[in-house]
Design a protein around this ligand. Sequence first.
Ligand code: GLU
Length: 608
Amino acid sequence: MSARTIVRAGAALVASSALIASGVSGTAGAPAGKKAPEPSPTAIGHGGAVSSVDADASRVGLEVLERDGNAADAAVATASALGVTEPYSAGIGGGGFFVYHDAETGEVSTIDGRETAPSGITQDGFIDPETGEPYPFSPELVSSGVAVGVPGTPATWEAALRDHGTWPLAKTLAPSIALAAKGFTVDETFRQQTLDNAERFAAFPDTAELFLPDGDAPKVGSRFRNPDLAKTLAHLAAHGTQGFYRGPIAEDVAATVQEPPIAAESDLPAPAGSMTVDDIAAYEVRRQAPTHSEYRGLDVYGMAPSSSGGIAVSEALNVLEGYELDGEANLAQSLHLFLEASAVAFADRAAYVGDVPDVPVETLVSQEFADSRACTIDPDQASERPVPAGDLDPGDGQCPTVENIEQPDTENISTTHLSVVDQWGNAAAYTLTIEQTGGSGITVPGRGFLLNNELTDFTAEYDPEDPNRIEPGKRPRSSMSPTIVLEDGEVRYVVGSPGGATIITTVLQVLLGRIDLGMTLPEAVAAPRASQRNTAATPAEPAFIDAYGDTLEPFGQVLEPSGDEFTSAAEIGAVAAIERDEQGRLTAAAEPERRGGGTAYVVNPSPR
Ligand code: GLU
């Protein structure tokens, strides 16, 4: 028996005792004697709520809330379950951003658990030495060791529980350990995502063994078990996250990045990364102040860099603050302005936001700066895009702008978001990812999880002026936008979504739909979407083009399909949101259709 086998056998024992200690039935379903509620994208009631893209994960969160865990406990448990049932979107091999409202202190705080570039990465890390050009994005760079950042998700869970939680890590992980061991039922989305990745998954034998058993994606309706992941999570439960950042798992992660375990017959280049065990041991979450802005009397909180989400959402809202928006007589103009405000925010995001020390966060989220940007917006006519970035020191200039930094941005529907509100009014907005759907495609051998390819979020070619340039120890700029909105110090909305750079516009659009356009929260979540990111035409879902294409044409707005109409590529985002009204009534809203539909639960549903 190898040393590694001994450790894992020990961890399995710990896993079962963690399950017993936590009282979790092992089915990851409802507690004994209580029937699991029917999954539904909308739930209304009291006593706590959870919303995510996945029924099993939302049920895990609900159970925590039912057993008097708080929003942080439920968020960690739900996130860990998402790592089991949505392994191509999230998991311990990735990173994310956690925003929390503490009802007792009234404070909103954040945890930046973004993946980090290893100390050995070089400026030309993404340049193919053979061609002198950047590696083609796909499949070369996305399926590589060089794009893997040091994972931040386990450290985020530990920090969230330490700062806000009431349960120990082992107790929050117990349901997902059970879920990984006993399995979940494969749905269309899981099978399709596997098929979409089948070629590159097949290039990595450990990934193929796990996700392509017998050479095919798991069948819809079959049970997908991941015993290696159950053991890995049990190891974390037993040893805390030091069990991830030090010792055998860290050694396996570093070895896998340095020598991606690729099939001998594969011609995928899979360039190696430099990550060492020291890089992994050195990982730390960051706790920085949230971004904060006011919008129509509400307080909007989001993530500061390394995510651009909080800044961009706040800036766009600030720009819109100066206009009257509504969903009736003024709908066309309101949508036009939504597109214009998004373009402006994306120009400034490219110019100023990245994981660099001097990001002018306060200026970018200020009303004064937004007002200086409004001069680029014509309420009746689409701007000529790209619009230039704004001058940070507008003085009394006419319409001061600076040169743009051009950015390729990614747009896909990987990543996942969960929202939780508990019985005390604490709230968690947590977006987590492994970047691409399927991450790097590289499974850590014997550990049951995929490594991220988050470093592809850096700009591939080094430009010293670009705040998103590659640097050792740096975090690539994200668009993730977990957002909490308060009214008079109490939580009102919790919102977030996957979708790469479209996350920003999706969160913005949901808030506008709810706050300005007269929609209920479930309507705002379901509404067709568009994502203007400072390009001439606006990518939009087919339903948005059908509904609003003609309406927006007189404004000179050109819409284009966001992807092939008959595939999920046409979908923008997959929102999981919660609203809490002044009386404490909760409306939890997940997607009704996108990505196969999500699930929202409340602890005590209101009678229908
Ligand atoms: N890497 C993306 C980001 O941090 C998230 C991945 C995605 O949703 O496409 O913004």
